[in-house]
Ligand binder design. Sequence first.
Ligand SMILES: CCCCCCCCCCC/C=C/C(=O)SCCNC(=O)CCNC(=O)[C@H](O)C(C)(C)COP(=O)(O)OP(=O)(O)OC[C@H]1O[C@@H](n2cnc3c(N)ncnc32)[C@H](O)[C@@H]1OP(=O)(O)O
Length: 364
Amino acid sequence: MNRTAMRASQKDFENAMNQVKLLKKDPGNEVKLKLYALYKQATEGPCNMPKPGVFDLISKAKWDAWNALGSLPKEAARQNYVDLVSSLSPSLESSSQVEPGTDRKSTGFETLVVTSEDGITKIMFNRPTKKNAINTEMYHEIMRALKAASKDDSIITVLTGNGDYYSSGNDLTNFTDIPPGGVEEKAKNNAVLLREFVGCFIDFPKPLIAVVNGPAVGISVTLLGLFDAVYASDRATFHTPFSHLGQSPEGCSSYTFPKIMSPAKATEMLIFGKKLTAGEACAQGLVTEVFPDSTFQKEVWTRLKAFAKLPPNAVRISKEVIRKREREKLHAVNAEECNVLQGRWLSDECTNAVVNFLSRKSKL
Ligand SMILES: CCCCCCCCCCC/C=C/C(=O)SCCNC(=O)CCNC(=O)[C@H](O)C(C)(C)COP(=O)(O)OP(=O)(O)OC[C@H]1O[C@@H](n2cnc3c(N)ncnc32)[C@H](O)[C@@H]1OP(=O)(O)O
């Protein structure tokens, strides 16, 4: 996509309008008014209709909602409309996605959709317009969702992405808000948080499955080495451009990747930033199995539902036996990687790469 087409396209907008018609639940009057107002603003621009009389309650409420948008540009209204619809119907964002169900949907997440049904807790990254980049809020919410999933009655936990990307990795704007203590303090705090974040994956007590629906970048790739199975659409790619970003590997990948795929293949990915196709990642052992995108969701969820019918205690104990002998080593690797990264974040190489991305001079 080029930079001028970054905002929601006319096609995204039309898809969103269709999705509204497919909503299973009435979103309520407040949301409907918001949708109406954004639609009018996106298609006609600022409200210039005469104000309806006080007794025409419905028309007046619609007019008020539209008028409240003031001079919001059409393009921004279109984007807000798409975002609002996607927050109402995340499962519809990508037509190829089949939900395991929405029986129990956890609320209280801004950046995720968390559902639990059929013995499966599904944690879905839900910032599709940002390619599911992981901002600070999402890091915290993933930790919270994993902690809840470790205690709920599900048998397995699944991570996946909403929209066309699995995740574009760390949100590079995470580097921009500098606290009063300066960049050193920021780097130190981030290293502590990153260690805690990766620690949640190391210690997760149930089988953790990635359903990689599209391209994956950076930390969303490295973490896969800590998952118990990785199913990928043939649209997925796997890219860890750490050197390009002046950074170094995390997510325990400096340990797991050489073990999984051989030291030389790990070097190609982690140091030289070689992007793998799903087929290549499968041949290297990072991905368990690749499916054609057209049948990906159906085939994978059918399989996962069968896994989730296995006896819970046996599943949990087996995971513990497998993870046990590696846990201490993984925590040590995680600590060291975070320590090294803390220094990298203060380097000119890293600063320049982030500035270049944010000033639109570069992308992967
Ligand atoms: C517990 C708290 C811990 C805090 C710890 C913080 C630090 C932890 C760091 C851990 C180390 C992690 C390392 C990594 O993950 S490295 C990988 C970082 N990712 C990237 O470099 C990807 C950058 N993105 C791109 O190159 C392109 O966007 C991409 C190729 C992914 C897609 O290109 P395309 O042209 O298809 O789409 P757009 O570029 O138009 O993207 C759409 C919008 O999404 C925004 N976007 C996408 N990815 C990111 C990102 N990673 N960070 C920020 N924003 C992103 C993009 O800017 C567009 O937004 P706008 O529409 O608003 O312009």
